[in-house]
Design a protein around this ligand. Structure first.
Ligand SMILES: C[S@@+](CC[C@H](N)C(=O)[O-])C[C@H]1O[C@@H](n2cnc3c(N)ncnc32)[C@H](O)[C@@H]1O
Length: 369
């Protein structure tokens, strides 16, 4: 058995780095998936420390040339299900298929479920609150079949600190990725001048303080009978010892006071409210100030704001950047404002949820790494 981590397409290289930081090997990698070694301890560590990946799965089997339902059925039956699930566990089988002969997802789900039931008994398909539901993923890519068990439960990019939803927040793992990419040195100023729910500022604070993103949440594997889930408590204790407390200067500002209550609650939940300085202000006020060091921000764009004069807004942003040559900035938006930038910049495409965005950054910024 191995462990498989899933992440958005463009986050793989950073996800690999994060796995290596935990001293775990990269056994295999493909689009949106990285494979590392299995152990109970690794399941706990990976779920706890995931900043950019979405889920941690146990890979029960990976086999190529699964191009008929009979082969799929036999493959599923070859797994020792009795070691993994009790008859009482409800199970949910999901399926995905890419460039494979077996295409019908309902049919794949049906066969996988039937084969598991055949191996055990059919009694465990009934709903049962006392026993955890086991989520089984069947992934077919070019006729190679993987059977995966979800150890994470709610996707890991959903952090514990966001209890209430706000409109149009950035996905947490994307915000973490932007901060990591900015190579912000924690002793320097960090700005988000369009901060709304403070997602970027909170992720920056979690990274600076080295707080494990999963410290205060639960995971599916805690109820698995074949995993020593008490290891999680040990890993959580170790993680608490790794938290740093230094002086930070994280400045988050926005013109809209409506998000303040929810955003400050988020920061309180994340235990970082004391190191984020919030200012209610129009970003144009920064025209009269000298901005130095690092800015990662997500200005409004058409999907979010319809009435705003966006051309004017982005012209004013570009002016602030021209005035502050020492500022290293990273901007995520789907507004195309490269004509307004009077200096060299880099641009790459990425997705925030399902929206295609651009991530702009000034070139020749010093990179301490
Ligand atoms: C795309 S949202 C930012 C979302 C944020 N990254 C998050 O994850 O919650 C853009 C934000 O820009 C703010 N905004 C719009 N015009 C502004 C201005 N003139 N000065 C400062 N903030 C402004 C809006 O209030 C909104 O919160």
């Amino acid at each position: 058995m191995n462990l498989v981590l899933t992440c958005p397409l463009w986050l793989e290289s950073l996800a690999k780095k994060e796995i290596e930081l935990l001293w775990l090997p990269i056994l295999h990698s493909q689009d949106k998936q990285i494979t590392t070694s299995f152990s109970d301890e690794n399941i706990a560590k990976l779920n706890l420390w995931s900043r950019v990946w979405n889920k941690v799965y146990i890979e029960l089997v990976r086999k190529d040339k699964i191009d008929t339902f009979d082969k799929l059925f036999d493959l599923i039956k070859s797994i020792k299900w009795k070691d993994i699930i009790l008859e009482e566990n409800p199970i949910i089988v999901n399926a995905t298929s890419t460039n494979s002969k077996l295409e019908s997802l309902p049919a794949i789900q049906k066969i996988v479920k039937k084969a598991i039931v055949d191996k055990l008994s059919d009694s465990f398909l009934r709903e049962n609150d006392k026993f955890p539901t086991i989520f089984i993923e069947t992934v077919l890519i070019k006729d190679t079949c993987q059977i995966l068990i979800d150890t994470s439960w709610i996707a890991l990019h959903k952090r514990w600190y966001r209890k209430q939803s706000v409109e149009a927040p950035l996905r947490e793992n994307l915000a973490a990725w932007l901060v990591l990419l900015s190579s912000w040195r924690f002793s320097e100023n960090f700005y988000d001048i369009f901060c709304w729910s403070w997602t970027i500022a909170i992720e920056a604070a979690l990274i600076a303080k080295n707080i494990a993103p999963g410290l205060h949440r639960n995971f599916a594997f805690e109820k698995f009978r074949f995993i020593k889930s008490w290891i999680l408590e040990i890993e959580k204790e170790k993680a608490k010892w790794k938290i740093m407390n230094k002086n930070y200067s994280i400045i988050a500002s926005d013109i809209d006071e409506n998000a303040l209550e929810i955003a400050s609650k988020n920061a309180e939940n994340a235990w970082v409210w004391d190191i984020i300085k919030f200012e209610l202000r129009d970003f144009r006020d920064y025209n009269n100030e000298k901005l130095i060091w690092t800015m990662v921000s997500n200005p409004p764009y058409w999907v979010r704001l319809q009435d705003e004069d966006l051309d004017k807004l982005y012209k004013d942003i570009a002016n602030i950047f021209s005035k502050n040559k020492e500022l290293k900035w990273w901007i995520i938006t789907n507004y195309q404002f490269w004509d307004l930038l009077k200096f060299d910049y880099k641009k790459r495409k990425l997705y925030n949820w399902w929206e295609m965005c651009y991530f702009y950054s000034k070139t020749n910024q010093h990179n301490p790494n």
